[in-house]
Design a protein around this ligand. Sequence first.
Ligand code: FAD
Length: 435
Amino acid sequence: MFTHRNLTGRVVYPGDPDYAAARRDYNLRIGVRPSAIVFAQQPLDVQSAVAWARANGVPPAMRSGRHSYEGFSLVENGIVIDVSSLDSVEYDDATGLAKIGAGAQLLPIYEALAHRNVTIPGGSCPTVGIAGLTLGGGFGLLGRSRGLTCDSLVEVEMVDAKGGIVLASETRNSELFWALRGGGGGNFGVVTSFTFRAAPIGPVAIYRIQWPWEQIQAVTAAWQAWAPGTDRRLVSILQNYVEQKGMIASLGQYVGDKGALLSILEPLLAVGTPQLMLEELPYIEAVRRFGGVKPDRNMWRVHIHQAGQPFKNTSGYILKPIPAEGLSMMTHWLTTSPVTDVTRWPRCSTRSTGPPPARPKPPWPGSRAFAGPCCRGRREAPTSITATPTSRTGRRRTTARTSLAWSKSSASGTRRTCSTSRRASRCKRPWRPRR
Ligand SMILES: Cc1cc2nc3c(=O)[nH]c(=O)nc-3n(C[C@H](O)[C@H](O)[C@H](O)COP(=O)(O)OP(=O)(O)OC[C@H]3O[C@@H](n4cnc5c(N)ncnc54)[C@H](O)[C@@H]3O)c2cc1C
């Protein structure tokens, strides 16, 4: 047995009245129970927690915004080192550098920087933590013109496994710095602050186009022919919902004016019967809109599920457009979903009454896209498939994300949804490009 002496900061243990709230993840599917959660108030608390974990042989996990899809910031019977109180945002006009505490959430960062008419490229969810986002790369609606969040990173301050403070930049501990830019959270130490180069940002133009669901195949084909190669100042997202939703949508943000955006959108507007909304607005307003901060404008939300739901997301890259065969497979799974509301998944599985539906067979060469979960007899389907073009290494690729969310966490629901997702991953395998 170990004692918790020598831990500093605010420490919460199982049995404490605030333990449930302190443990709770954004994804309610995650039920991991740590034996202590330390809310560090200063880097010294992080250092003492690391030293304590090491001395007692207890596994640590680092936590910032709690948005890990798989709950990697929690650890069973281990110690969670939570940095969410380290949330300062300091911007220096003279250098253009922003020093941001590792526990800051995205919206407060964007808001603070907007007062100085600058920003960093980041994600669209307002409550994602800067640490998990940056350490995993970080992609958002400025991504095609300004890169990933980690591309703007200049310096990291981190507590290493021995409890010492380490600085990493291009000139100091440069290999560590390289690894921290996309190598994933929780791998190399506990980051306490990040320094980014911020850049000026003016008004942006945003759009949303909606089509009847029946036009899904034509729209997806046109979108994927157009989006990866279009003007890099535009990030466009295609949201393919389940059939019950009755529509599909594309939305995006352009660093420029409304008139220019309208002409860029022409190929997309030529398909089916589009309904277009186009606006020019201050950048921070666009951030709020896409983050769903304004409840009356929720149709602009980039992320379909909200806190307080269990969910399962899987993502993959598409290197080549999905051919017609793949599109009909995707459509098939979106058609067979029992879901009527995309933000709610009433049951994670329903039994089909008839025989398993005929399904086009993979593969088509060069594609890693996932078009839907496969299961025999039982029908389960994603609530949405979202695609966004991204480019970092000069190659054109699209990120495709499949989201399943349901309303109540239960062991059987979780098991079934996870196994649906595993089957989905098996579907992806034949299309992976050979290395
Ligand atoms: C609703 C939602 C919307 C999202 N939107 C986007 C988006 O637009 N763009 C995008 O790129 N991603 C997005 N993501 C993915 C998100 O960026 C990642 O899940 C990210 O890891 C979350 O970071 P966090 O700090 O909030 O999560 P946490 O769960 O706190 O941490 C995530 C990982 O980082 C590690 N970590 C946390 N803090 C530290 C630290 N101080 N030092 C070292 N490691 C640490 C954790 O151990 C864990 O492995 C979204 C996720 C969700 C749930």
